[in-house]
Design a protein around this ligand. Structure first.
Ligand SMILES: [Zn+2]
Length: 168
């Protein structure tokens, strides 16, 4: 059976990322847990997963812990595979948590009298490397992704001038 435990190390990194890049999550309840063994999905190792807990499951949690206002029934959970975590560099660990935080969305309905709702968002891009290899930037999502990669490459150039290799 899969075991779970609290992941304060993940929470510390997430708090920094939320302050810098995900301010809309500042007041959203998020739990961070280790999953002792990574799951597999479609043949890939799952390093992390973002979920929303709502409905009966959330109510049951609130029966045993009383640390959120009663109207904050829904909450997010980010689970990280504890067995894969040590295989990642610091930079990869931060990127992984940033990735999971990008899944966490808050919908604020217009009108104002309805509660905000938490939503788990999908990825910007699901694509095969072979298709991009054959057809290039064939749709806007691929183009957007390419632009982000190009921007990152430029940032790397600024951080590491060409006459010296950056230290890892
Ligand atoms: Zn994802």
């Amino acid at each position: 059976m899969t075991g779970y435990s609290a992941a304060p190390q993940v929470e510390r990194i997430a708090e920094k990322l939320i302050a810098a890049h995900h301010q809309h999550l500042a007041t959203v309840p998020i739990r961070y847990v280790w999953r002792d063994k990574a799951a597999q999905s479609k043949g890939n190792i799952v390093f992390g997963k973002a979920r929303k807990v709502s409905g009966l499951a959330a109510h049951l949690v609130h029966l045993v812990r009383d640390d959120e206002p009663p109207d904050e029934v829904e909450f997010f959970v980010i689970e990280i595979a504890a067995d894969m975590w040590p295989t990642l560099t610091d930079a990869q660990q931060t990127a992984l948590i940033d990735h999971e935080l990008c899944h966490l969305g808050v919908d604020i309905p217009e009108g104002g009298d309805k509660d905000r709702s938490l939503v788990v968002r999908g990825h910007d891009l699901e694509e095969f490397a072979a298709v991009v290899g054959r057809h290039g930037l064939w749709r806007p999502a691929v183009e957007t992704f390419h632009a982000a990669v190009a921007m990152q490459l430029t940032l790397d150039d600024i951080a590491a001038p060409s006459h010296g290799k950056a230290k890892e």
